[in-house]
Write a protein that binds this ligand. Sequence first.
Ligand code: GDP
Length: 434
Amino acid sequence: MFAKLAGRLQEAIDRLRGRGRITEEDLKATLREIRRALMDADVNLEVARAFVESVREKALGQKVLESLTPAEVVLATVYEALEEALGGEPRFPTLKNQNLWFLVGLQGSGKTTTAAKLALFYKGKGRRPLLVAADTQRPAAREQLRILGEKIGVPVLEVQDGESPESIRRRVEERARQEVRDLILVDTAGRLQIDEPLMAELARLKEAMNPDEVLLVLDAMTGQEALSVAKAFDERVGVTGLILTKLDGDARGGAALSARHVTGKPIYFAGVSERPEGLEPFYPDRLASRILGMGDVATLAEKVKAAGLEAETPKSAKELTLEDFLKQMQNLKRLGSFSEILAMLPGVGKALPAGVQVDDKAIKRLEAIVLSMTPEERKDPRILNASRRKRIARGSGTSVQEINRFIKAFEETKALMKSLEKNKGRGLMGMFRR
Ligand code: GDP
């Protein structure tokens, strides 16, 4: 996710590694790089400014403790700024006994796919969804939802050509009552761009049906442009929350990092693949962690569980061993969307040489490394002295450097995860203030 932005932020911070202290010049240069990276990712100008300013203030305000390097201090402040820009506290739609949600958005944004994803997501949580294909003009759009509904085992009510909002409401209510459906997801009509007749139609349908949530689906690949679309929809139909799609593609990050500031709306979910399972609740803290190469074990654990695979995720950073790593990797092969998944494993992204495409081969090398270790070594990599590393390199057909890189990244991330856990609820900076 946001690979380019992630790479540049990590590089800017990495350049401070190994320094005992940083001068104001160093900090200035780092902040300049961060700012450029944000601008190139199409982040809103004001957001980028505020971001850099908060990193500067916090970094200067910190007395660098002996246990923390300047790079770690900057890493922590960038983490906090990212979390803030992405929306701070995670937010989700409120669930009541009976729920009616609209999905609105431009054609091609991923609205229909997202309607099906939401139905599947909440079905997995014990809800009884009903999908409504509400485009009164495009039979093809209704058919698309019907097919998706069949695939995921959720019923779809299709409106008729030119059906009135009142008639739609009546039929939906009746069907929901008959079948005891408690989450009604209305896939509204989309057009290629904002057009007034469509907005008027949406406003009428909204008036007739009075939804609890109006979820705007935005294509993250369109960057900040998505946010002007958001404004237009909000003015005409009122939006309660956002869903960003195609975060698995090469979206630069501008939409996600600017959405909260520009639209004032929370991002509830992110689309991360074309498949019906490809929807993730949007957690700003987890995403910030992923962008900075610190992994996202929590999301990973949820995915593994949702896929019905045995969860081998450790309960805490302290318990994280290389053996868990290996088990996760083996499980992950069955989860699909490889580079996305890899970014969730702490340290793995970093352990791979820069620029190398993350593929099956790269994973096989890491796998070979772990497999060439004894059980003791996997549990406690600290016992890996030079001769053990040489033996492992020979056994796995890799090099000692590769092993060093892998272990170092693993240990670093583990240490960071530990401090994160310790300071849960107090913010990452809490650990500097004791
Ligand atoms: P709609 O016109 O807004 O209803 O958009 P669709 O649901 O038909 O989606 C448009 C295209 O985007 C389809 O090819 C979807 O498979 C694709 N798509 C939707 N969401 C995602 C996503 O999160 N990731 C990826 N990679 N593709 C997506």
